[in-house]
Each structure stands twice: as structure tokens, then as C-alpha cells.
Write a protein that binds this ligand. Structure first.
Ligand SMILES: C[S@@+](CC[C@H](N)C(=O)[O-])C[C@H]1O[C@@H](n2cnc3c(N)ncnc32)[C@H](O)[C@@H]1O
Length: 268
């Protein structure tokens, strides 16, 4: 397995999932290897940047919704490179006292996040791997920052499609859910390949040499991740259909088959 996948060192020559995502978003925290791999992906799925922008829009709407439900604690696993409107900033717009823990297994994400996001005592950045949820949940720093006796929102946005079936994504989600007190929430988003199944092998091939493998899943494989949660309206839907705030939708997203499912579930 690639060293970065194991949370190893910084490697600019290996395409990196976080930096490719940054490139798709129009960011500058990427290297030639990332850009070359991202361009290969774009040949298979040209509309990826639109989907990724929608994912960030969903993040903002989700955090606002969660704040309105009274959530004041956020655990963002697979936080990604800092960009515009990060979780703690959106949460602070509604409730400045909100506390956020950012978790990632990528060394560059961690160093950038520590430099750019850990700008207040309410924000903590920790190294953690979603494939080992117990280590995140038992991390003393996480426990000191978040009160597990009070509701917490766990965000798993655009990360579960990097978790292989062998690592049991549904089991990971269930393990986290069991640790959360009633009134907590889990927000998740996951790419689906229903719309363009023929592109999946090519995209998987590109990510094969990257820091994290892309796992192509159909929507029928993504929906079970929400089992055990009381899913809020409008359910598990494409990103732009989750409580949209703007009436204008990019025509590239108007398909009848899912391209990137998301949803929020309450812990009973
Ligand atoms: C596509 S980015 C998503 C960033 C952000 N959550 C969003 O939705 O905009 C995926 C992030 O997950 C991280 N990641 C991938 N596999 C991971 C794992 N097993 N544990 C922790 N982080 C992981 C990557 O380093 C990357 O920063």
C-alpha cells in the first residue's frame, strides 16, 4: 500500500486524493503528478468539478442545517485541504461557540489545516484514519475537545468512496454511530457510478496509483450506509437536490440517475 495511504510522509510525486480534489476545485495546493492524474480522470468524467463544487455547497448547507438543530460540535473526518468556507467558519456564522475537530490521514492536509484552520481554541486538527474509527473515537485530544455526552455531528463527506469493501465502510459508519449520544447526526456524501458505469474502471485505474483508491459504487451500495439513522428530509439524494437554496442548477447535473448521493441522519 502507498505510504500516504498509511498516513506516511509527504510525497509530491504520487497523485494524491486531497490535492487532486483541490485541483478539481481550482485550488493551487497541487503538484504536476496530481494535475496529470486529475486530467486523466476528467477525460472519463468531465463534469467532476461541477459535482465537487456541489459537494462543497452541500457541506455549507449541511453545517447550517445542523447548527439550526442546535449542534455545536462537529467531527469532520476526511476534512481535506483547507478551502473557502470550511466547517468551523460556516458553523461560527450561526453559533460562534461551536467546536470543530478536523481529522485526516494525509500529512499535507494536516500541516495546511494546522496552519490555516486551527486559528481559534474552538478548532482542533488531528491525524486519524477512518479505517481505524476506534482510534479516532478514543483519541484523548478528540475527547478533550468534544463532549461525547452532548450531541455531535460527524461529517463523512467525499471520503467513503475511498474506503474499500474489505475495510467495511458500513461497519465503520455503524461503529461511529454507536459512539454518538442521542440527538447527534451523521452527514455523508458518496460518489455513485449509476450515471456513467462505463467510466468507473478508467477512474479506478487512475486512483490505483494515488494515495487512496477510488471505490466505484452504485447507489444501491451507498444507500445501506445510512441504515440505523433517522434520515432527515429530503432523504438520500443527489447533492443539488438536498435542500437547495438556489433555483438555478447546472444543466450538467440534470440526469435521472444519481451521480453523488448525500444525506443527513439523526442518531436516535
Ligand atoms: C475528496 S477529499 C474531501 C474533503 C472534504 N471532506 C469535502 O467533502 O470537501 C477526501 C479527503 O479524505 C482524506 N482521506 C482519504 N482516505 C482517508 C482515510 N482512510 N482516513 C482519513 N482521511 C482520509 C483525504 O486525505 C482527503 O483529504
Amino acid at each position: 500500500m502507498n505510504p500516504i495511504a498509511l498516513g506516511g510522509g509527504f510525497d509530491p510525486n504520487t497523485p494524491n486524493a486531497a490535492r487532486m480534489y483541490d485541483y478539481f476545485l481550482g485550488g493551487k495546493d497541487n503538484f504536476p503528478a496530481d494535475r496529470a492524474a486529475a486530467e486523466q480522470v476528467l477525460r472519463f468524467v468531465p463534469e467532476i468539478p461541477i459535482g465537487i463544487r456541489e459537494n462543497r455547497e452541500f457541506l455549507c448547507r449541511a453545517v447550517r442545517f445542523l447548527s439550526q438543530q442546535g449542534i455545536r460540535q462537529f467531527l469532520d473526518i476526511g476534512a481535506g485541504l483547507p478551502t473557502q468556507r470550511n466547517v468551523h467558519q460556516v458553523a461560527a456564522e450561526h453559533a460562534p461557540e461551536s467546536r470543530t475537530v478536523y481529522v485526516d490521514n494525509d500529512p499535507q492536509v494536516l500541516s495546511h489545516a494546522r496552519a490555516l484552520l486551527q486559528d481559534s481554541p474552538q478548532v482542533l486538527v488531528v491525524r486519524g484514519d477512518l479505517r481505524r474509527p476506534d482510534r479516532i473515537l478514543e483519541d484523548p485530544d478528540v475527547r478533550a475537545h468534544l463532549d461525547f455526552g452532548q450531541p455531535i455531528a460527524v461529517l463523512l463527506l467525499a471520503i467513503l468512496h475511498f474506503i474499500s469493501d474489505e475495510d467495511d465502510p458500513a461497519g465503520i459508519v455503524a461503529r461511529i454511530r454507536q459512539e454518538l449520544p442521542p440527538g447527534s447526526y451523521m452527514a455523508m456524501s458518496h460518489v455513485t457510478v449509476d450515471q456513467r458505469p462505463q467510466a468507473a474502471p478508467g477512474v479506478q485505474q487512475v486512483y490505483q496509483s494515488a494515495s487512496a483508491p477510488f471505490i466505484a459504487r452504485m447507489s444501491s451500495e451507498v444507500l445501506p450506509l445510512f441504515e440505523g439513522l433517522d434520515v432527515v428530509e429530503p432523504g438520500v439524494v443527489d447533492l443539488h437536490r438536498w435542500r437547495p437554496e438556489l433555483p438555478v442548477v447546472d444543466p450538467a447535473l440534470e440526469h435521472d440517475k444519481p451521480y453523488f448521493l448525500c444525506g443527513i441522519g439523526r442518531v436516535g
